[in-house]
Design a protein around this ligand. Structure first.
Ligand SMILES: Cc1cc2nc3c(=O)[nH]c(=O)nc-3n(C[C@H](O)[C@H](O)[C@H](O)COP(=O)(O)OP(=O)(O)OC[C@H]3O[C@@H](n4cnc5c(N)ncnc54)[C@H](O)[C@@H]3O)c2cc1C
Length: 455
């Protein structure tokens, strides 16, 4: 195996290499802080399967046709001028030998050495052993999946509009989202509004021909929200025309229907699985101590037996110092701030500054259910309606690493001119393969043939 990176510049002094794996919220913010801080004193290398960081919290707006996907994709190389960005996937890590195997997009393997390793591979979908998830459900974690879903919704409505078979029309016009967390609710709300707007285009259909259903196994939606706000969100999304079913556990997903544990069957050609996440497979392969699948780290984000290995974000079990005994929640907010703390501590471990513990006071949550329907808890204040909507959008504009103007102008355009309805056929299904623990993370492989052929 060849090493494509020279660790030290010709004629230069020995420079330690910091290898960052994953460029989501944690990895990107860590790399950006290191890029600003250690550019002159360390070799910085970032490995990620795609060349951009995705601001996932706005993926539902991409599905809904409100946002151009470019607005929420931050190009890595342009944002990190002093960091070597490798587009590829880490396939193995040897913490003893300080090496790491990377498979590039051309399929070639390379072996990298490192002095400090920052692990942020995030999480993948948890299928919970439900039959048919990998084969027939769609995931909702990447930009490719969001684009694919937008296309698929419109394509299904085209099929529904073209057929005179009422059963086929029902299947094509029915969309099921599994999971009543913020991701599932926002997706269903946006999908429903996109479908409604599309009815103007597909005139053989009326509003009865389109059905959006959310299936939640638990007794309520938005488990992490205060109960009264969660109830309000449930009420608002139901008024928007989404059928939310509580206590509805899924037994099986088939190509054209979903079967519930109760035995009931819902016809649907499109099912999206948002029912839970588990740390990326890379973590379990390390052979290091984990808690609920997440790599155990101390409050300085270093692993127990390998202080040169840092871990953060969804994949790490980070102690929540504001709630002793608990782990930090798997949220973008935590991941982003852990990224900055990890960068600080990596720098300290190389002799620049003093290490500090990760302590974060939650800034609150926001759930946008389209139109004026939203709930939010900024700094613990409970809001709903327009105020929650404004608070949510203001937060996103502030937190976006790039593309703020593009996002703002897209929102203004959509508010004035409506959603853009056109199935462009851009994304091939193989790029939207569900990333789940059961298929080893489902990394993008352009050479893989398309498996599913369901219309
Ligand atoms: C649709 C959606 C909406 C969300 N909305 C919100 C929200 O509103 N608020 C909120 O707080 N949280 C939200 N979340 C959760 C939030 O996105 C995660 O908590 C956050 O992304 C975790 O950051 P991370 O850096 O740990 O992982 P990620 O952001 O998932 O990044 C991990 C990165 O590592 C890469 N990677 C994985 N394996 C490898 C490997 N072997 N080699 C190289 N790279 C690898 C991945 O491709 C990815 O780029 C949402 C999530 C989704 C999917």
């Amino acid at each position: 195996m060849a090493n494509p990176l020279r660790k030290n510049r010709p004629g230069g002094a020995e420079r330690p290499r910091v290898l960052i794996i994953g460029a989501g919220f944690a990895g990107f913010h860590c790399a950006r802080a290191l890029d600003r801080r250690l550019a002159a004193t360390a070799d910085l290398v970032l490995v990620n399967p795609v060349d951009h960081m995705v601001y996932t919290a706005l993926l539902p707006d991409v599905v809904g046709g409100l946002l151009d996907p470019r607005g929420i994709a931050t190009p890595l190389a342009a944002s990190l001028p002093f960091t070597k960005v490798l587009v590829g996937t880490v396939t193995a890590i040897d913490t003893g030998a300080h090496t790491c195997a990377v498979r590039g997009i051309d399929g070639r393997e390379a072996l990298l050495t490192w002095d400090r390793l920052v692990l942020n591979p995030g999480s993948v979908t948890r299928t919970m052993g439900v039959a048919g998830v990998l084969e027939h459900a769609h995931g909702f974690k990447t930009l490719a999946e969001a684009l694919y879903l937008r296309e698929r919704i419109l394509r299904q409505l085209q099929f529904a509009s073209a057929t005179t078979d009422m059963h086929a029309r029902e299947r094509h016009g029915s969309f099921v989202v599994v999971g009543g967390g913020f991701t599932g609710l926002e997706l269903a709300a946006q999908g429903r509004q996109l479908s409604r707007a599309a009815l103007r285009q597909y005139r053989a259909l009326d509003s009865e021909s389109v059905r959006w259903t959310v299936l939640e196994a638990g007794p309520s939606v938005l488990g992490q929200f205060p109960a009264n706000l969660a109830r309000r969100a449930l009420d608002r999304i139901r008024k928007r025309g989404v059928d939310v079913r509580l206590g509805a556990a899924v037994a099986e997903i088939a190509p054209d229907h979903v079967r519930l544990v109760s035995g009931e069957t819902l016809p649907a050609q499109t099912v999206v699985w948002t029912a839970g996440v588990t740390p990326a497979p890379l973590i379990s392969e390390l052979g290091l101590a984990v808690q609920r699948g997440r790599l155990i780290v101390g409050d300085h984000l270093q692993t127990r037996d390998h202080p040169d290995v840092f871990a953060l974000g969804d994949a790490a079990a980070v102690p929540d110092l504001t709630h002793p005994g608990q782990l930090a929640a798997q949220t973008a907010q935590n991941a982003q701030r852990q990224g900055v703390t990890a960068a600080h501590n990596v720098a300290a471990s190389l002799g620049h500054g003093k290490a500090r513990a990760y302590k974060h006071h939650d800034l609150g949550f926001t759930v946008d259910l389209t139109g004026r329907n939203a709930v939010a808890t900024p700094l613990g204040v409970r809001l709903s309606g327009v105020l929650a909507k404004v608070a949510g959008r203001a937060y996103h504009l502030w937190a976006l690493p790039s593309g703020r103007l593009r996002v703002l102008s897209d929102w203004i355009n959509a508010a004035i001119g409506g959603r853009q309805i056109a199935a462009l056929g851009l994304i091939d299904e193989r790029y939207a393969t569900i990333q789940a623990e059961a298929n080893g993370g489902g990394a993008i492989d352009p050479t893989r043939p398309v498996k599913r052929t369901s219309a």
